[in-house]
Ligand binder design. Structure first.
Ligand code: FPP
Length: 256
């Protein structure tokens, strides 16, 4: 038994020294996948071509996170504000999402990935909601990476929905105002049961949070890179993870 543990530690040290493993891997990575439109524009292509290429990046990043043993990956795929984009772009994004859901299940099953979704799903087309529910149901017992898509998601909207749900329970007499604490409140958020993100990555050089996971990112490490989402790959992810590894996370306290 002692020998097995020692061998395990030696193999980990070996991997770390060769850059194959990380000493501090984030349990939860959240990504703002930005720059699809500019990627397409630079090539004289329609914006939707950037989103199509963006889907193939999603696939690669999901596989890489699963391979690395990341616990949770949350992708900002469509914000509550994105509904205000031109109709044809919204339609194209919805149909890309439909295609993605229609083809992705075998990959999710192969990698034991559990699929979840956050956001105001009522606004999504009925067919998409049905595909989402089916994918969630068919992957619910998987034990690998939890992949969450944020769809029709806005953090302010999520917080307001949570406040209303808590107020409703107080008015029904389920508990008192004094009983509302962070834990109880978090249970009313879409992300219930998911740990807060350790690392946020935003591509395309923009340095904003854009109404994403505002409650959950209180102590998240932020990482911004200049490449557009369609160009993001395993090497870019590695650069983000290397940077994360160098951070000193104190959560408002002092280093030990
Ligand atoms: C931001 O780029 C990206 C989006 C608003 C949509 C992200 C969607 C995908 C990656 C494809 C769909 C995903 C799945 C999982 C099916 P932008 O359009 O704002 O780019 P820009 O800032 O350069 O204009």
């Amino acid at each position: 038994m002692g020998r097995e543990i020692l061998d395990g530690v030696l193999s980990l040290v070996n991997d770390v020294s060769k850059g194959k493993a990380y000493m501090a891997l984030p349990e939860h990575i959240a990504i703002i996948m930005d720059g699809n439109g500019r990627w397409a524009q630079q090539r004289g292509l329609p914006r939707i071509a950037g989103h199509q290429q963006g889907v193939s990046t999603v696939r690669k990043v999901v596989e890489e996170c699963s391979r690395l043993g990341i616990g949770y990956l949350t992708l900002y795929a469509f914000s509550s504000e994105n509904w205000a984009r031109p109709d044809d772009e919204v339609q194209s994004l919805m149909s890309l999402l439909g295609q993605y859901l229609g083809t992705e299940l075998p990959l999710l099953v192969e990698h034991q990935i559990r699929f979840r979704v956050i956001g105001d799903l009522e606004k999504l087309p009925q067919a998409i909601r049905e595909s989402l529910n089916e994918t969630i149901e068919r992957t619910q017992h998987n034990r690998g990476l939890t992949l969450t898509l944020a769809l029709s998601y806005g953090a302010r909207d999520e917080l307001l929905r949570a406040v209303k749900a808590v107020a409703e329970e107080v008015s029904c007499g389920k508990y008192f105002i004094a009983d509302i604490d962070e834990e109880r409140f978090s249970e009313h958020l879409d992300t219930k049961g998911t740990p807060d993100p350790d690392l946020l990555i935003r591509t395309s050089g923009e340095m904003r949070i854009s109404n994403f996971l505002l409650w959950q990112m209180a102590y998240t490490e932020l990482y911004f890179c200049s490449c557009f989402w369609p160009d993001f790959d395993a090497a870019e992810l590695k650069a983000a993870l290397d940077d994360y590894e160098s951070r000193s996370r104190r959560f408002g306290t002092v280093s030990s």
